[in-house]
Design a protein around this ligand. Structure first.
Ligand SMILES: Nc1ncnc2c1ncn2[C@@H]1O[C@H](COP(=O)(O)OP(=O)(O)O)[C@@H](O)[C@H]1O
Ligand SMILES: [Mg+2]
Length: 157
């Protein structure tokens, strides 16, 4: 019986890099020999689309895609822990209570953000929602070498 880890990838803003990070975590864990499940709670379905493409190309190599509704997920976490080393949950851009409930069953919330003032502003509500609920880690993604954060912040016309 495994005692897998559950990681929820949370953010308030679309485009933060959550789905990309979920894919990277999944493939890195697979490369390390771990069994991995992914759950796509975002109605946009980007993670599912990626999984479909990847599975068509390499049917046996990928993570397992688990299809569950957000309401049913909290009750399924212990079962998932028993089956996989790592369960990654990609979420829609929001901070509503269903996500808080899911996060309360997770071992960690990973919060990606771009390094712009607007994006960093959107991290606050996620922290307020998850503080005391689950340990959080932050990933700054999509850093470009075109300018500094300060430059971006003053670039509003
Ligand atoms: N680290 C990165 N480097 C370059 N492009 C990225 C990176 N992370 C995300 N992107 C791109 O940014 C866009 C939004 O990323 P996505 O993972 O879909 O964000 P979210 O799931 O938070 O909405 C996509 O076009 C994706 O390819
Ligand atoms: Mg996404």
């Amino acid at each position: 019986m495994k005692t897998g880890k559950i990681v929820v990838i949370s953010k308030l803003k679309g485009g933060s890099g959550a789905t990309t990070l979920t894919r990277e975590l999944a493939t890195s864990a697979l490369d390390a020999g771990k069994s991995v499940a992914i759950i796509d709670l975002d109605a946009q379905g980007s993670l599912t689309n990626w999984w479909n493409r990847r599975t068509a190309a390499t049917p046996d190599a990928g993570p397992k895609l688990i299809q569950l509704s957000p309401e049913n997920l909290p009750d399924m976490t212990e079962k998932l822990r028993g089956k996989f080393d790592l369960v990654l949950i990609d979420t829609p851009p929001s901070t509503h209570d269903a996500l808080r409930k899911i996060a309360s069953k997770a071992d960690m919330a990973v919060i990606p953000t771009k390094p712009t003032p607007d994006d960093l502003d959107a991290v606050g509500p996620v922290i307020r929602q998850l503080r005391g609920v689950v340990p959080m880690a932050f990933v700054i993604s999509q850093i470009t070498n075109k300018g500094s954060v300060h430059r971006t912040g003053t670039d509003i016309r």
